[in-house]
Design a protein. Sequence first.
Length: 173
Amino acid sequence: MPFVRRPEPPNSPSIRSRELARAAGVSADTLRHYERRGLLAPAGRLSNGYRVWGPDALARVLLIQRALSVGFTLDELARILRARARGAPPCREVRALAEEKLREIDGRLRDLREFRKSLAATLEDWDARLAGSVEGEPARLLEALSNTPNRRGRSPIAALRFLHPPGPRKEKS
């Protein structure tokens, strides 16, 4: 994309990238990234080439940061903010996305509880192996991590899917 120098609008309050970044608690690189993704309106330029942002930039960056902190992705935010800019209130989509995120968290919590049970059962199995082993002889604890069920009928490996789920990895935004 060619470099386009836009003049700062006359008599409008503006803030330089460093000041905006500091006020929002992000880096200047983050601001440029948000600008490239369409999350932030393009910055103006001073005669010396410094980027300057309009008076609403801080509120927008803080909104983005809050949305990211509750699980929205940059792609989702870009779509939502574009809809807003077109005058289409995306409130129902925002609500639906948040509900989906809650369901994902609930699923992860279930997986984590199952993983905890499996790990506790593995430790119990290893304690029994260690108690029955001769001091100085290997108890082969890692070899016990097989698909063979332990005493409680659980496979210690099955719950490890929580740590490394199969399938393609999702894009991190």
